[in-house]
Design a protein around this ligand. Structure first.
Ligand code: FAD
Length: 572
């Protein structure tokens, strides 16, 4: 008889504890095999992610290879694209070979967590940094070091201040831990840069609520706020981030904070794979679907006998609530217990034994907020015990160290903590390859896409909003044209022979979204597509005629005011 296959989707807290428990429960009598699909080949211990920013732990200390955690399961490193519930198959993205792969299942476990989604938030996709995955923490650390390096050589005082201003949006645990670690790190290493004054460092936390850490008791949250303020963090309460550009954070009040570092820790959004599934979903605020899979107290998807869901992508009834209106919070401590119970119930189903209900109600919460300070709220039966300060910080370290999966990771982390206390903080900046290809950018009204005299490195195509072309000559600035969606600009300094700098400036008239195409990409296209070359030549001739991009030889000729209505820009 063919073995039944339990297919687990997601190698986070929920997924790995399902697989680990199934491995333990499997006996020779049990005719089932275990497979787990995850897009990375490692498990990330998210509660310690913030420590990577400051370098208190190394980049690989708190992650564990899935294959060493799960020795008796098939680990498949692929991205899940969709699930065919009718034919019981999971479809994954192609690997090196451009062919999709399909994996059949008998029992399916959904543990895909949630995702960071900046859709609908102006400019965030283009300019905000995320903080959820290992790559986010690494990118953030690298970016922070880069801003310090830039600040050290910057002579423009305004730009220098923007480089030394760091903004984090979101006053939940992720935002608080992220800003606190960044604050400790930047203030400590800024002293190493001879041309950087540590007093110029500005660290801002934006929180839409009246206080940070809504999930904690007010007294603990206020204690955390006080310590963070004392440590130099500016906490802006009842303040929302409205938009982002490459140069500033735009607040709901209209205030703009010039900054080159903006991190957004918006609450997790539904995983698109889960969102697309035709399974019962929970209901969130305002009666709308929250796209979390609705399960019963045994973690089984309502109306199904072979699909289970847990962790951040599931809506699990709160064991202490009889009204059916409260649900388990999306935390690692819950996901781990849900994983263990889910595995037991799957095996019970196969063996025809009774299943158990989820009864875990949480152990409390703890988190760090810099300078060896933390708060902890422990649940002891019906009592709550609040601890703060250095003792809470020691407890945080002890508890999280013991919870790290695998002895090797615990030893690595402990060693990293000890060495970080005695050795100088590392400021090595990894030089990553610049983002290749076409990217989207956002500009707020009045902001320059490029200035006259800038080096031409990109071509821009307007997706949304309007921009104006401005030319300054003999101290007189004139508007030459106004551009609208579908039009492009910036090609002159890229394609005109002998010209490398911008002959005019372009700035946003209204919120502007553009496609930004690097020089090498556009020149490659033009080289290989003669019709495109002809098209560009035609546009450049037209712009010459209207004096919108005069060649160097004619720069001294008196400039004529061009009527923007008459300006011909080729529509794409
Ligand atoms: C910065 C941060 C700090 C946190 N700190 C704490 C804390 O201190 N204490 C606490 O209790 N909780 C904490 N949490 C919350 C906790 O990490 C989550 O509740 C927990 O990880 C949920 O587990 P999960 O298995 O549901 O999802 P995850 O752990 O997110 O796992 C989901 C997995 O699915 C994979 N995946 C997603 N989509 C696909 C796809 N299409 N194809 C293949 N694989 C996919 C992901 O790569 C990931 O490995 C923190 C979260 C963050 C982001």
């Amino acid at each position: 008889m063919a073995k039944k296959r339990v297919l687990i989707l997601g190698g986070g807290f929920g997924g790995i504890y399902v697989a680990k428990t199934l491995e333990k429960l499997r006996t020779d009598r049990d005719e089932f095999e275990i497979a787990l699909i995850n897009k990375d080949n490692y498990f990330v211990y998210q509660p310690m992610l913030a420590e990577i920013i400051s370098g208190h732990v190394g980049m690989f200390d708190t992650i564990s290879p899935l294959r060493s955690l799960l020795r008796k399961s098939d680990v498949i490193v692929r991205e899940v694209e969709s699930i065919d519930l009718v034919n019981k198959r999971v479809i994954t993205s192609p690997g090196f070979k451009p062919v999709r792969a399909e994996y059949p299942y008998d029992y399916l476990v959904l543990a895909l967590g949630n995702v960071t989604d900046f859709r609908g938030l102006t400019g965030l996709t283009q300019h905000a940094l995320r903080f959820k995955y290992l790559s986010d923490a690494l990118m953030l650390r690298n970016h922070v070091i880069r801003t310090l390096e830039e600040a050290a050589v910057e002579t423009n005082p305004k730009l220098k201040q923007a480089l030394l201003t760091f903004v984090v949006a979101g006053g939940g645990w992720s935002g608080v831990e992220c800003v606190a670690e960044m604050n400790d790190f930047v203030r400590k290493v800024a002293r190493k840069y001879r041309n950087v004054d540590p007093k110029q460092v500005r660290m801002v936390l934006l929180q839409s609520d009246t206080r940070i850490l809504r999930e904690m008791d007010e007294s603990l949250a206020l204690a955390a706020q006080q310590v963070m303020t004392r440590n130099g963090i500016e906490i802006r309460l009842e303040t929302r981030l409205a938009a982002a550009t490459g140069d500033e954070a735009v607040l709901s009040s209209g205030e703009r904070i010039p900054s080159k570092t903006l991190v957004s820790t918006v609450p997790g959004s539904p995983n698109p794979v889960i969102e697309a599934l035709d399974l019962p979903k929970g209901v969130g605020r305002g009666g709308k679907s929250n796209h979390r899979i609705k399960v019963n107290r045994e973690l089984q998807v309502e109306g199904s006998d072979h699909i289970w869901a847990l962790g951040d992508c599931a809506q699990i009834p709160d064991p202490e609530d009889s009204t059916g209106e409260k649900f388990c919070p999306p935390t690692a401590q819950h996901a781990v217990r849900e994983g263990e119970l889910c595995a037991k119930n799957i095996v019970a189903t196969m063996r025809g034994e009774p299943k158990k209900q989820f009864g875990f109600t949480g152990l409390g919460q703890m988190g760090v907020f810099g300078h060896h300070s933390a708060v902890a709220q422990l649940k002891m039966g019906s009592m709550k015990v609040n601890i703060k300060g250095y003792l809470a910080w020691l407890m945080w370290r002890a508890v999280y160290l013991m919870k790290l999966p695998g002895w090797d990771r615990r030893v690595r982390t402990l060693t990293a903590w000890i060495t970080a206390s005695y050795l100088p903080t590392d400021t090595v900046q990894l030089t990553m390859r610049p983002q290749a290809g076409i990217v989207q950018e956002h500009y707020e009204p009045g902001q320059y896409v490029f200035d006259q005299g800038d080096l031409g490195d990109r071509l821009f195509i307007i997706i949304k909003g309007r921009a104006e072309v401005m030319k300054t000559e003999n101290r007189l600035t004139k508007k030459l044209a106004e551009l609208e969606p579908g039009q492009f600009f910036g090609e002159m300094a890229l394609l005109r022979e002998g010209m490398t700098t911008r002959m005019a400036a372009v700035r946003a008239v209204e919120p502007l979204d553009v496609l930004s195409v690097p020089r090498q990409d556009i020149t490659a296209l033009v080289d290989y597509i003669p019709a495109l070359r002809d098209n560009f030549d035609h546009v450049m001739k037209e712009r010459d005629r209207q004096n919108l991009g005069v060649p160097p030889a004619r720069q001294q000729a008196p400039i004529q005011q061009t009527d923007s209505e008459d300006t011909v820009y080729i529509k794409r």
